[in-house]
Structure formats: C-alpha cells, structure tokens
Design a protein. Sequence first.
Length: 357
Amino acid sequence: MWALINRDELVTGLALRMIARDLKRITMTWPATEQYLVKIRKAQSKSHLLEIDFGRVNTLLREDLRAHRDRINARYKKLFRPLCAWLVQNFDRLSISGEQWLIMYELQGKGFIKTLAQKLDPQAMWCLPGQAVPDSESVLIRNIIHNETLLKDRRQRALPFWFVDTGYTNFLTGKKTWHRLVANNLHMIPDLSRPWPADRLRLLPSMPRPWRVNQGAILVVENSEHHYQQQGTTLEAWRTFVLQKLKPQTDRLIVFRSKELDRKTRDDLYEHLCASDYYCVITDASAAAIEAVWAGIPIITLGQHISRPVARTSLANINDLYRGPIGDWLCALTYSQWTLAEMQSGLAVKMIRRYHA
C-alpha cells in the first residue's frame, strides 16, 4: 500500500526546521528572578547579611521559564501556518528533490497520514503527488483538492484506494472533531439491512429534529467545482440539469446556495436551515444533507453519499419526500466517522473493516 503525502504535509518538516532557527534567537531572560536578587543585594548592602528565600527564587524561576515558553509559543503560532501556506504556494519554486522531501517527511516522526497508513498496512510506503502507483496496489488519499485526477482515475477504473476527509456532524459543535475514512469511494453508503450498534449515539451532542412539513422554497446546495470535476461534469451543467428536472414538476421557488469556501465569511448553514421553512434540501453529495436532516427538513441526495438511506435519490420524487424512520441510519452514521485519536489508534480501521466490508 502507498500513502500519498500532500504538499501541506510535506512542507511541515521544512517549516518546523525554519521556525526552529528563528525560535533559537529568542533570548532567555529572567526579569522576575533578577528583580528579586536586586532587592536582596540592596538589603545585604544595608544589613551586611545575605538572606535568600530559595522557595521564592524557585517560584520566580518557574515564572520566568513560563514567560519564555509563552513567548516561544506565541512566535510559533504567528509563523507556522503562514509559513506553511507560503511553502505550499511556492512549492514548485523550491530546489528540493522528491527524494529530499520524503527524507524530511520521514524525519518528522509521527503524523496523521503516516500513522493511519501504517494501521491500514504496516508495510505502507510513501509517494508524492504525480508519482505513479501500481494499479494493483491501494493508495491512501487525503482530500479532493489537488488530487482530482488521481481520484477520478481510481474510481473510473475501479482501482483500490482509501480516502480521508472531514466527517459528517462537525457542524453541531463547530469543531473538526470527526473524520471519515472510506474504501474505494469518496463517501460510504451504509447497509441498513444489517444491525448497527447504538452505543456511539452518545457521542452526538444532539439528535435531529422531527421531520417538518414546510411549504417554502426548495433549497439546492451546490458542491465545489472540484466535486463536479470528479463526476465528469461542471457546476453550471449540474445547475441546468436540476432546473430542467424540477420545473416541470413544481412551481415552488428554487433557491441555489453556492459553496463559499472561506469558512470565515460564509454564514452557518445549520442555523439558517433551523430558522427557515424550506420545503426540502437538494444536494449531490454534501454534508448539507446531514445538516438538513438535523434541522428536520427532508432531502434529495443525487450522488453517492451517506445520506442516501434517508433521502429520495431522484428529482422525480420532489412531491413524495422521505419522512420515515432514521434511527438505524443514525447508528450507522456514528460508525462512519471517527475522531483523530480513533483513526490513529487503529479503531477506525478495525470497525470499518467489520461493519463496512
């Protein structure tokens, strides 16, 4: 098995080395301790006695060490992400060979993809973007962006791969707690004909609202252009397809919502859905479908996605939406996303092979 190391991960080792040089220039100072010692010397010059409270000195030394550590941490946080971003943007301009990149990656020690790959296959090897991988061997791929061509080729020719990306219910907390690991596709569709344990339901901070029967507009949530490239089409062509299929069947207002990539500027979709009266939400393969289910709004999912078991999967069903049970699906959902610790410990791999084989 091979693990594809994205540029974001490759530059980490170089960034850490560069920052380490900068951090070494931060001079260690002892202001609190020195202030106390100055006070002691003044007292000694008057009394001719040297009285030192070593407990106090120990406390002040610790205080100065904490301050020094805080300065280092602040400097690190200021530099690390911008430096990594700059290295990625200028990756092709760096005079570093592929072999040198992989050596630096090895020297980084443990990392997310490295640890996960070794849980999937203890003999896993590393490869760089663009490097050929034998068709018969699986490859671990993280994220769609910059991996569009490889993913499309592997899917079209039914070649083995593992795909890692964000999980499904992070919107409930606003934290990237959950990740998904999928064999030979971008999303898994759980088989609800088999029993799913309910023990992981306790990990969800809230349960979905009951299905609502609203009479408002139809909300169509778009994916990124990268997604449609994977399907061999474009966002514009998909929009046209949706409109052509819906307009003969309904006179409801159809609202398209684009995917704003900048999380800092886009509004919260889940809050928006909870406050809305949308009749339904249509997606191709988007976490927006999960957010709609949690808001109690029926969904139509057109592509391969974990939401399909509780969705209609054709626009022909726009007037016959699913509002049935979701309990088994919720159990399956919790066995389809994993914390970082569960991914690195091997629990995710073990459970995926058991329940999604």
